[in-house]
Ligand binder design. Structure first.
Ligand code: IVH
Length: 663
């Protein structure tokens, strides 16, 4: 096909728009269009480029993914050594740092920044274009990771021309994996029988050092920059100016920063950041203090590997030591058996930890964990605590190695092995599996049935009142009152709650069914694509696999689940009880691109309902206050999120304000 001027023009237009929206979304946290619109532009560009291969350029947004795999990571010499920082934990060492700056340079204006706990990287731009990216390595020489770094949408492949990029620029920063993505990644790895990553930093390193970049997970990585060579001190006399200059070029830089002239001011920033720590999407492990004036830094010089003009003030580590009192085996709703360590309760960064999943038997053996061992517990962000390692205690006798039981601890069925995982095959005949299914069915993200907790569910199953989720609809107040510790009012409330939710959005209903591989995201895609439950039930594996974002394994799992006679019977009985899954509808685009956080109880909506109201108007709800949050809806008895919203200057809505916005 000839390169019509039309195609050329449209390609240029699309590229400019996509680059702009990448920046709005990933760098400025101010998206203007929906993900769907973005995807449409990207696929139009992709199609045009496929028709006109000679118009493809290296910096086209289509070239982020689909870069070729590499057979080895090449060695790369850094433009200048990538130094590390002297790290301290005490305020008096910070006071000494300020004193020295004042003594040696006559002034002590310091810029405080968060210290991100990711993988340090260097990215080189030549003539304003992405040239290469590398890891820090030993500081002098790193490994080339251009192929994976290119997939990070926050990383511009071309610097903003309007900001007049220098001919040669090397920027330094941290590549980081957001905590939610980290959790998803680990879950998927465990499901595939791979080892989970110990923390988000290791995960980022693992993803970036992969030889084959063609995995969607890479696009979840983020990057933030804090240093550069190639911008001289005339152009940016202070650290603050430097960060502004990088931002103007379209590079993501850290948002939080504070000019400090005393250790006390630095301490205030340190404490404020530490307080926000659990709610950041990214791991931060301290703050960094840097002499703000860049031209006086040289006078202070460099120790062997760290500059004398900067210092890291680390947070207290979120780890704790304790003893494994027992290793028990849990049975999930799919029958998967999971070893769980019971611990002497220990405080880990403000959270009491009394149990931790050990994931798989391989994990237990690899870490060589036994009952009675002393272990170190680690917690990253609000990520679930992990047993990081065994702490050897010489001279203390150890118990025998732990082995998985031959029989299901709940129902006694003979355990089956699928790869590294052990399963109880008894399904509906296994009380633990049925209990877990009930709890999941009633959970917030699913049918949102208040009062259907673990204890109640277990009793319903143990007494033979419920064998599958459809049986819930036949329960009477009389039956529930006879359970241990259930008063008449709560029995009535539970029966009401079960029958209250009749019109439920299709995606939640699908989540509630607990189909393997079909979590929230998949359920929503299915609901959007098929509209109604009837249409989905009539679909074949092939039909389902055609949906964007749904792989063959998931499609197979969904189709098989719905076709299976017993499941179909359960679904029919739920529908007969009056439950009516509703097609997803968008009422309007009024909240398009807006991000909400909910805290506290609202009078007129459950959290799930409020979420639905927001999503039906094109907005989204996240669990944490971050730079991307537009509004925090504050109900009664709000949690710490209200204070964080205040701190971060995010707009807050009370219930009346929220209602007004919905109207
Ligand atoms: S400045 C000479 N600023 O912490 C300048 N480093 O232990 C050295 N890091 O290797 C780096 N956040 O990977 C600087 N705001 C920040 C940082 C930061 C994280 C990492 C970086 C460095 C390590 C030092």
């Amino acid at each position: 096909m000839s390169d019509t001027p039309d195609a050329q023009e449209r390609i240029a237009e699309l590229r400019a728009a996509i680059i702009r929206h990448d920046r709005l979304y990933h760098v400025e946290n101010a998206p203007e269009i929906s993900d769907a619109e973005y995807d449409r532009m990207l696929s139009e560009l992709d199609e045009l480029e496929q028709d006109h291969p000679d118009l493809v350029t290296e910096t086209s947004p289509t070239q982020r993914v689909g870069a070729k795999a590499v057979s080895d990571l090449e060695k790369v010499d850094h433009v200048s050594p990538m130094l590390s920082l002297r790290a301290v934990r005490e305020e008096d060492e910070i006071a000494a740092f300020f004193d020295r700056l004042r003594d040696e340079t006559g002034a002590a204006v310091v810029l405080a920044e968060p210290k991100f706990d990711g993988l340090s990287v260097e990215v080189v731009y030549q003539g304003g274009r992405f040239l290469r990216a590398s890891t820090r390595g030993d500081g002098q020489t790193g490994e080339e990771i251009s192929h994976t770094m290119r997939t990070i949408r926050a990383l511009p492949l071309r610097l903003d021309r309007a900001a007049d990029p220098p001919e040669h620029l090397a920027v330094r920063g941290e590549a980081i994996l957001p905590n939610p993505a980290f959790q998803r990644l680990n879950k998927a790895r465990v499901q595939r029988g791979e080892e989970p990553f110990a923390n988000p930093r290791n995960a980022a390193a693992g993803l970036l050092r992969r030889h084959d970049p063609s995995a969607a997970e890479d696009t979840r990585l983020a990057v933030t920059f804090y240093d550069a060579t190639g911008i001289d001190t005339d152009a940016a006399p202070t650290q603050g100016d430097l960060l502004d200059r990088l931002a103007a070029l379209g590079l993501p830089v850290m948002g939080a920063r504070k000019r400090c002239e005393t250790a006390a001011e630095a301490a205030a920033f340190h404490d404020a950041q530490a307080g926000l720590r659990d709610d950041f999407e990214f791991e931060i492990d301290g703050i960094v203090l840097k002499l703000d004036r860049r031209d006086t830094r040289a006078a202070l010089g460099t120790r062997s590997r760290s500059p004398r003009w900067a210092i890291a003030w680390k947070f207290a580590p979120r780890t704790g030591e304790t003893r494994i009192t027992d290793i028990v085996v849990g049975v999930g709703r799919t029958g998967a058996l999971t070893p769980v360590a019971l611990l002497d309760p220990v405080d880990v960064g403000g959270v009491t930890v009394a149990r931790a999943t050990l994931h798989t038997i391989e994990e237990v053996h690899r870490k060589d964990l036994r009952v009675g061992d002393t272990v170190r517990i680690e917690r990253a962000g609000d990520v679930i605590p992990e047993v990081a390692e065994r702490v050897p205690k010489p001279g203390v006798e150890r118990s025998d190695p732990f082995e998985m039981p031959e029989r299901c601890p709940s129902c006694g069925a003979k355990v089956e092995r699928h790869g590294p995982r052990a399963y109880c095959p008894a399904g509906i005949a296994c009380p633990a599996q049925v209990t877990a299914r009930l709890v999941h069915y009633g959970s917030r993200q699913a049918m949102d049935i208040d009062g259907l907790g673990e204890k109640t569910a277990a009793q319903l199953v143990a007494r033979g009142l419920v064998e599958d989720v459809a049986d819930l609809y036949d329960l009477t107040v009389d039956e529930i009152v006879r359970l241990d510790g259930v008063a008449e009012t709560s029995a009535t409330a539970l029966v009401d709650a079960i029958h209250h939710r009749q019109q439920v959005p299709l995606d939640r209903f699908l989540v509630a069914l607990g189909i393997r591989h079909a979590g929230h995201d998949v359920a929503r895609r299915l609901a959007r694509a098929f509209g109604t439950l009837e249409a989905l039930r009539a679909a074949s594996t092939t039909d389902i696999a055609e949906i964007e974002g749904i792989g063959p394994e998931t499609a197979e799992s969904v189709a098989a689940f719905l076709a299976e006679a017993r499941n179909a019977g359960v679904i029919d009985r739920i529908l007969a009880a009056g439950v009516s899954p509703q097609p997803l509808q968008r009422e309007s685009d009024a909240l398009e691109g807006k991000s909400f956080v909910l805290t506290g109880a609202l009078e007129n909506w459950t959290r799930a309902e409020a979420t639905e109201e927001i999503e039906r108007r094109g907005g989204r709800v996240t669990s944490r206050v971050s730079g991307q949050t537009d509004f925090v809806v504050v109900g009664s008895d709000p949690g710490s999120k209200r204070d964080e919203a205040q701190e971060a200057g995010v707009e807050m809505l009370d219930e009346a304000g929220f209602r007004q916005m919905l109207d």
